[in-house]
Design a binder for this molecule. Sequence first.
Ligand code: ZN
Length: 167
Amino acid sequence: MGTRGVDNSIFFDIISETLTKEHATIIKHLSKPTQDEEIAKELNLKATIVRTLLNDLHARNLVEYERTKNKKTGWYTYLWMAREDRLEGYIRDYLENKLNKLTIDLNSEKDLITFNCSCSRVSFEIAYENTFVCPKCNEKLGEFNNKKIVNQLRTEIAKINSLLGAK
Ligand SMILES: [Zn+2]
């Protein structure tokens, strides 16, 4: 998978989707070890916010830190780094998970015959019970064409497969 490095845009998108864009921005800043105060300054964020975001990432093993004590002041300094070794696995897990969900959706959608009006989409049984008239809006229930949904699912699946296969 061509996913190495925190600058990778797939990784940025996936972190944005699974966490937030702020998390993705933080991790993008950690291609080299950086102190949390520095990140805060560079991104114009409060240090407490940066620390919260870092802790979220740390809980997912996506960053690590080195703590050093300043002998004069007794204060601790935290130097944060992205865990490049974990990024690829994180992306792969995410993509495989998504692929499973999309495949389940596709399989149930593929041979599904449903009916719709402007307010709902219902099964054949429900349409039949209501003599093909929607009980809510009184419109005729016509057969729903799900070709677009099926094609969309197929396209997404193909995209993920190529990402996973492009090792
Ligand atoms: Zn309706």
